[in-house]
Every structure is written in structure tokens, then in C-alpha cells.
Design a protein around this ligand. Structure first.
Ligand code: GLN
Length: 493
């Protein structure tokens, strides 16, 4: 059961081979056994999970189950969960019990899925390693001396070690795809606006997007289908009919052993020019050969401005963060300093104590680039770069159906390896960040291993609303390969 796909779990629940309460208990026991090492969870909600599982069992008995009814999952701790601690990985919110559910959480509850708890993350989703969490770093189950990636590192580590079959995440500059790559799972970030941001604690609002982790594209498709839908409470939520991404996975009838015949995969010259480690390049090249064997053709495309994505992002994201995080002032939510003088002193001390170093760095950068006299020099320029980057993708996607490349330049690094150099860590997001700036969907799936059994991910990027194409493409790859079925030894799976 621990290793079963969602489809197999669905069958087991419907056939009464196992109840949802038993299934939740099985995974909760695994979480309790392995979390002391992996630190993938900030909160384990055994009571809430068993109650929800009981409700799911009743629903299954009534014959009213949907695809996710009774399936255990975990939410990144960036999503507000009513009555359950929602910390966002920060001391600032270490005692915050949300009075309401995020839209994503509401939808997933309505589908009957069972939340087992909240997963570890970089504070306010700022980071690429999970080392910025107030609750300590989550660890990579393939090698616990290494990071699982970030910021959704806890969700990725939990799915990789089968502490939970699926989990939610968020991706502002790569935080679903990069940890998916580092931990050997599949992760998708949909088109901006497809998943409501209501109740998803804001980092950079024009980039933040909820996403899904699972072992396979099929599991991600089932979860993502339950997460999407219009929400009037998010002004950027898109009004589209409900999507069934799982239904889109079937290959075209009669395709035989060439299920991807006709698919044009664009390879950005700039992604393959430099920066990739040799082992990542070898695994990506092998995956592309596999795609060709499945009938796809590859064409070279160009994203000439992609190299400007990191500088543009590290102006835009901190600018939005500095504004979003102004609400954490010691009055309305979370941490308030114990000793202070006047009101101003209370704000200063509460924020100085409540935020970690990386969050403070970004608030300072963001406030600087938005300040009078610098706005035109930095923020406005960054917005222009953003437009150029989006144009690059528009042009490239005119010449191909999906773009493929590495998700990350290297495999997961050792804890502490980035030391005190934040810029070095920023550069690790070189392949993912441009996708957020353009608002496009992106998916990472496992495609091999590097030294020390550390996983490698391949990234697929699609046009707006091409989530189904990305999932179907990855699904065909996963029908022909078994990288996504490999499990780390650490948690005994
Ligand atoms: N690593 C990037 C950052 O630190 C992206 C994080 C994210 O996607 N939430 O901002």
C-alpha cells in the first residue's frame, strides 16, 4: 500500500481491501517513525486526519467517492488550514492557527482527501534548500546529509520517502519543480491563475502559484484536478471550466509504440550551452533519446533573455515580498516582542525577532528597489525584462509543443554547502525562474541519478494552459521508464 499509485489506492479503498482510516494510520505511523530524521513535517495532525478518514469511509460506503476520497496527503505549511497550525516556516507565525482554509484546502477537503499534516518549507517560501526554515531543515531521503531542495522541501521529501502519497506545494521561482528534481518525484506548477492564491500566504503575488507533488505524472494529474477552479476571492484566479487532467493522459488511439508521434520538443540552446553538470547533462540527454524513441521530435529553440531571469526575479520577488510581508507587524498575527517601548519599537522588535535572515534580506532589497529614485532604475527595468522573457517563450513555443531541459544545474547539495552566499543559491534556480516570470506551466519528472544516488529531474515547459500536455508527455515517458518508481532506502520503502 505504501508504494501504491493513487489509482491502485483508489481501487483498494473501493474494493474494501483497506479503509481510509487504516490507510491514514499506516502513513501516520510512517511519518512518526521517520520524521525525526527527515523533518519533512512541521505539524502532524493525527486526530484531524483520522476524523477526516472516518468521513471518507462513510462516503465510500455510500458509493459517493471521487478520485481522491480517502487518499492521504499533506499540505505545504504555506496553505492556511482552519484550526491547524499554519507557520509558513517562520517564527513570525509559529503560533498562528488559521481561522479559515485556503481555497486549495477547501477543494481538496471537498474531494474527500485526508490531510495528515503540514510540511516543512523555507521561511515564507524564500529559498531553494529548506535550510531557511525556522523549524530546521528538512532532509533529502536519498541522502540525509543533503538538502531536499526548496522551498517546498518538506512536501517533496515526504512524497519521495512515501510518508504520504501526494502533497501540495507552491512555486514562485521553482519551489515545486526544483525540490521534485532533488528528491526524485514528479511536480507540476500550473499556469499562473489556474490555482487560487486565496489563503496561500503571499510571497510574490504575481509569481506565486500552487502546485502538486506525486510519484508520477498520473498522481500529479489527479491531485491538480482537485486543486484547480475559479475563486472570486483571488482577483487573478481564472474563470475556466473544471479540468480533468487525468483523463488527458491517454495516448491518441492507434499510436502504438510511438505515443508521442507528432510532438515537437523544443530544446533551448541557452539551457544546453553551459552551467549544467556533466551528470545532469547525461541524464537529460538520455531522457531526450527516450522521448525520441516514443515518437517525439526535437528542435532547437532559443530563449535569448533567459539569462536575465535571475536578476529580474530578484528585483520583482523581493519588491512584492516587502509589500506582502508588511502585514506581519506583531499586531494582527503571530509573534510580538515581549519587551518594547513605543508602538514603533514594538513593530521593529517584533519584526526583528520574528523574521529570519533571508526574509529580512529580501524585505530590505525589496524596499530599496521600490523606493523613490530607484524605482525606475530597478523595478521598472525588471518588469521590462519580464516582458522580454515572456516574449522569448512565446516565440519558442510557436516552434514546438513543449520545451524540455534540465530542472536544475546539479543534484542536491550537502546541507550547509551554500554557506553564507545567498547569490550562489539564487543561481541554482536558473532553469525554473523564467517560467514563473512568464506565468507558464512547468513540470519536473525524475530522469536518472547522479553521484551518491541523488536524483536528477527533467523539466517540461508548456504554453499557457498546457498542463494536460505536460502531464500526458511525462506520463508516456513514465510508461516506458521506471525512474519514478525508484525509492530511497532511508525510510525502508
Ligand atoms: N528559490 C526561489 C526563491 O528563493 C524560489 C522560491 C519559490 O519558488 N518559492 O525565491
Amino acid at each position: 500500500m505504501i508504494n501504491a499509485s493513487l489509482t491502485a489506492l483508489r481501487r483498494a479503498l473501493d474494493d474494501k481491501q483497506i479503509s481510509s482510516v487504516e490507510l491514514a494510520g499506516l502513513f501516520l505511523d510512517r511519518i512518526e517513525a521517520h520524521n525525526p530524521v527527515l523533518n519533512a513535517f512541521i505539524t502532524i495532525d493525527r486526530d484531524g486526519a483520522l476524523a477526516a478518514a472516518g468521513d471518507a469511509d462513510a462516503r465510500i460506503a455510500r458509493g459517493a467517492a471521487g478520485p481522491l476520497t480517502g487518499i492521504p496527503l499533506a499540505h505545504k505549511d504555506v496553505f492556511c488550514t482552519e484550526g491547524v497550525l499554519t507557520t509558513c516556516g517562520s517564527k513570525m507565525l509559529a503560533n498562528f492557527v488559521s481561522p479559515y482554509d485556503a481555497h486549495v484546502v477547501t477543494l481538496i477537503k471537498a474531494a474527500g482527501a485526508v490531510s495528515l499534516g503540514k510540511t516543512n518549507m523555507d521561511e515564507f517560501a524564500m529559498g531553494s534548500s529548506n535550510e531557511n526554515s525556522h523549524f530546521g531543515p528538512a532532509r533529502n531521503p536519498w541522502n540525509t546529509a543533503h538538502v531536499p531542495g526548496g522551498s517546498s522541501g518538506g512536501s517533496a521529501a515526504a512524497v519521495a520517502s512515501r510518508l504520504v502519497p501526494i502533497a501540495t506545494g507552491t512555486d514562485t521561482g521553482g519551489s515545486v519543480r526544483q525540490p521534485a528534481a532533488f528528491t526524485g518525484v514528479t511536480g507540476i506548477k500550473p499556469t499562473y491563475g489556474v490555482v487560487s492564491r486565496y489563503g496561500m500566504i503571499a510571497y510574490a503575488s504575481s509569481l506565486d502559484q500552487g502546485g502538486a507533488f506525486g510519484a508520477s505524472a498520473e498522481d500529479c494529474a489527479l491531485l491538480l484536478s482537485a486543486m484547480t477552479g475559479f475563486d472570486a476571492r483571488d482577483s487573478t484566479s481564472l474563470e475556466r471550466p473544471p479540468q480533468d487532467y487525468a483523463a488527458a493522459l491517454a495516448p491518441v488511439a492507434g499510436a502504438g509504440d510511438k505515443p508521442l508521434a507528432g510532438l515537437r520538443i523544443g530544446l533551448p540552446r541557452e539551457f544546453f550551452a553551459e552551467g549544467m553538470s556533466d551528470e545532469v547533462r547525461a541524464a537529460v540527454d538520455a531522457a531526450l533519446d527516450q522521448y525520441r524513441a516514443l515518437g517525439a521530435t526535437t528542435v532547437e529553440v532559443s530563449l535569448p533573455n533567459a539569462k536575465l531571469a535571475i536578476p529580474a526575479y530578484y528585483v520583482i520577488a523581493p519588491a512584492e515580498a516587502s509589500s506582502n510581508l508588511s502585514r506581519f507587524d506583531g499586531v494582527r498575527y503571530g509573534h510580538r516582542a515581549a519587551d518594547y517601548g513605543d508602538l514603533n519599537d514594538m513593530y521593529c522588535k517584533s519584526r526583528a525577532e520574528g523574521f529570519g535572515a533571508e526574509v529580512k534580506r529580501r524585505i530590505l532589497v525589496g524596499t530599496y528597489v521600490l523606493s523613490h529614485g530607484y524605482y525606475d532604475a530597478y523595478y521598472l527595468q525588471a518588469q521590462k525584462l519580464r516582458r522580454l522573457i515572456a516574449e522569448d517563450f512565446r516565440r519558442a513555443l510557436g516552434e514546438c509543443d513543449v520545451i524540455a531541459g534540465p530542472t536544475t544545474p546539479t543534484t542536491a547539495w550537502a546541507l550547509g554547502a551554500m554557506g553564507d552566499d545567498p547569490v550562489q543559491m539564487y543561481l541554482a534556480d536558473i532553469y525554473t525562474i523564467a517560467v514563473n516570470l512568464a506565468g507558464l506551466p512547468g513540470l519536473s519528472h525524475p530522469c536518472g541519478f547522479g553521484a551518491g544516488s541523488l536524483p536528477i529531474g527533467l523539466q517540461l515547459i508548456g504554453n499557457y494552459f498546457a498542463e494536460g500536455t505536460l502531464l500526458a508527455t511525462a506520463h508516456q515517458y513514465q510508461q516506458a521508464t521506471d525512474w519514478h518508481q525508484r525509492r530511497p532506502a532511508v525510510a525502508g520503502v
